[in-house]
Design a protein around this ligand. Structure first.
Ligand code: YOG
Length: 137
């Protein structure tokens, strides 16, 4: 069993978020705002059921899903696209494929050294984010 992802996680690093946003077609004005945000993940995990909230002072984004069950995702307030998403376990990694207009789009989450890791993929760009458990828990 992989470690639980549940908890409140604060961003400590964010590499190539700019490249990922460019691949998504985010405008330069929006990218400028988004780059300054310290994102927070609030994750509720019950077995294979997940709620992942990405929070910031500017916008919030929430998805909920069950591992191995395809779902329709609308990336509201992000790039505003409709994608067909599927999250699976690959060893201890939670891996999501987001099928839609953008090729090779998805993400992977895992826990390593008490930190939450996230890679976001889009059309050959990879953004790498790391989060640490919030001081409030
Ligand atoms: O997370 O897919 O944890 O959904 C990626 C933003 C910025 C808005 C955030 C708001 C992509 C302007 C979600 C940032 C850039 C820029 C806080 C990443 C798009 C628009 C919401 C993601 C998964 C895995 C769960």
């Amino acid at each position: 069993m992989p470690a639980s992802f549940s908890g409140t996680w604060d961003m400590i690093s964010n590499v190539n978020f700019e490249g990922y946003m460019i691949a998504l077609g985010i405008s330069s004005n929006l990218r400028k705002i988004a780059l300054k945000l310290k994102q927070r993940k609030v994750i509720e995990q019950q077995g294979d059921l997940f709620i992942i909230k990405t929070l910031s002072t500017f916008r919030n984004y929430t998805i909920s899903f069950k591992v191995d069950c395809e779902f329709q995702e609308f990336t509201k307030g992000l790039d505003n696209r409709h994608v067909k998403s599927l999250v699976v376990w690959q060893d201890n990694k939670l891996v999501c494929e987001q099928l839609g207009e953008k090729k090779n789009r998805g993400w992977a989450h895992w826990i390593e050294d008490d930190k939450l890791h996230l890679e976001l993929y889009c059309e050959g760009e990879v953004c790498k984010q790391v989060f640490k458990k919030s001081a409030n828990e």
